[in-house]
Each structure stands twice: as C-alpha cells, then as structure tokens.
Design a protein around this ligand. Sequence first.
Ligand SMILES: NC(=O)c1ccc[n+]([C@@H]2O[C@H](COP(=O)([O-])OP(=O)(O)OC[C@H]3O[C@@H](n4cnc5c(N)ncnc54)[C@H](O)[C@@H]3O)[C@@H](O)[C@H]2O)c1
Length: 249
Amino acid sequence: MAYQTHEGRTAVVTGAGQGFGRVIAVELAARGADVAVLDLNDAPETVAEIESLGRRTVSIKVDVSDPAQVKEARMRVDAELGVADILVNNAGVYPFRDFFDLDYDYWRQILAVNLDSQFLMAQAFAPGMRDGGWGRIVNLASNSLGLAVPALTHYMASKGGAIGFTRGLATDLAPYGITVNAVAPTASRTPGGEANIAEEILDGVANMQAIKRSGVATDIVGAVCFLSSDDSAFVTGQTIMADGGLVRL
Ligand SMILES: NC(=O)c1ccc[n+]([C@@H]2O[C@H](COP(=O)([O-])OP(=O)(O)OC[C@H]3O[C@@H](n4cnc5c(N)ncnc54)[C@H](O)[C@@H]3O)[C@@H](O)[C@H]2O)c1
C-alpha cells in the first residue's frame, strides 16, 4: 500500500477506463482517495481495482466534451461520493492526420475532446473545491509541443490550449486554495498509444529521450499524485514534463 497522501479526498479522473487514466485512478485510491471513474466506455477493471483497495468508486459513462453530460456527471459524483476536491482531466484523443486532410468539423472534434472538456469539467467541479477551500486540478498535456512530429497540428493545438488553460485558471483559482497544473507525457505504449502512434515514432521519440525507452501507463502517475496532494501546495500554473527527459523547460 502506498503512502496515504490522499486520505479523505474525493477524486474525479476522466478517461479512466484504460491507459494513463486507469493507473492514475487506481493509484489515487491506493493513496486513500475515493475515485469517480469517468469514461466514454464502461470501466470494470478500474472499478474492480479501486474496490479491491477498499475505496469507494462510481463509474460514469460520459462524453466529457458534452456540456449536458458533464453537468449530469457532476450531480452523480455529488450524490454517490460527495463533493470532489481533486480533478484529473486525462481524457484525450490523438489520431494522426495530415494538415491537408483536416476539415473544420474534425478540428472542432479534437479541440472539443482534448480542450473544451477540460474547461467543462473545471467549470463543473471547481465550485465545490472553492466552497471547501481546497482543490487540485491536473490537466494532461503532451511533450509533442516541443517536438517536430508530423500530422499532429490539431492535437498540438489542443494540448497547447491545455497548457494555456492551466496557466490562466491557476491564477483565477489560487485565492480559493485550488492549484491547477499540467503533466506532459511522452509518446507512450498505452492502449491508445499503441493504436495511434506508429512504431517508428514510438522508437524514434524514445531514442531522443535521456531515458531511452518508450513511456508506459505508469510513467506519469507519480507526477499526478504529487500535483494532487498537499505536497504541491505552492506549485501552480506549471507543466511537468514526465517524458523521460526529452523536452526541457
Ligand atoms: N499515450 C501517449 O503517447 C500520450 C502522450 C502524450 C499525452 N497523452 C495524453 O494522455 C491522455 C491519456 O492518453 P492514453 O494514452 O492513456 O489514451 P487511451 O486512448 O489509452 O485512453 C484514453 C481513455 O479516454 C477515454 N476517452 C476518450 N475520449 C473521451 C471522451 N470524449 N469522454 C470520456 N472519455 C473519453 C477513452 O475511452 C479511453 O478509455 C490523453 O489526454 C492523451 O492526449 C498520451
């Protein structure tokens, strides 16, 4: 059992059905939090792991880019676990597509899932944190912003937006005891990574890192736990590159 740094906390993790989100949700539970598991799909493995740790959980099927569904999810979390004081905006998609094959609808779809969702979730859950006088919001970014990876313009725009959103929101929420930070992974062998990222890109990126192996689902959880705990009380508006030492800020 990990240190109980999150004892008594209630966390919401989006995209917690698999990949980074699943590991984050389970580790927050291991550290003492009750955890709401939000995903487009059912998330039975995540739920079973959290329950096996003796923590309370609720699994909510939700499209986090849909304003009405996000509001409904907030009400279910309140009803089933109580007011959340940690939000991890992890849900995201990263299909590669050449700029000349993008159209506006597709662009909007990527921006909606990766960036609008972070706004919608923060609007839904920050008021409860404000009222409680303590909160932690962690947004998923990407180290691709610091690289020349082809066919990712739409994705890089969304993740650049996530970093800007993090910086702005950090200032607005600081008076209420809420910190807002981002974590930027590298190209990683999660289920989504293996489905979307070509082997030569996974290997090529790994070879440019100081630590020369591809990222895996467990590689960012320590950074997320730090940023969602009391240990990071004086850290806000930052982006931690949890990327094997590739992009340096
Ligand atoms: N894996 C990588 O190489 C990598 C690198 C940098 C950043 N990231 C970021 O990390 C985050 C998680 O990535 P991952 O690799 O674990 O992905 P993944 O595809 O393995 O898992 C993502 C989860 O999010 C869920 N999801 C997708 N769209 C959703 C929506 N609209 N509403 C609710 N849930 C939704 C999916 O159902 C899935 O369970 C994303 O924000 C991604 O951009 C990933």
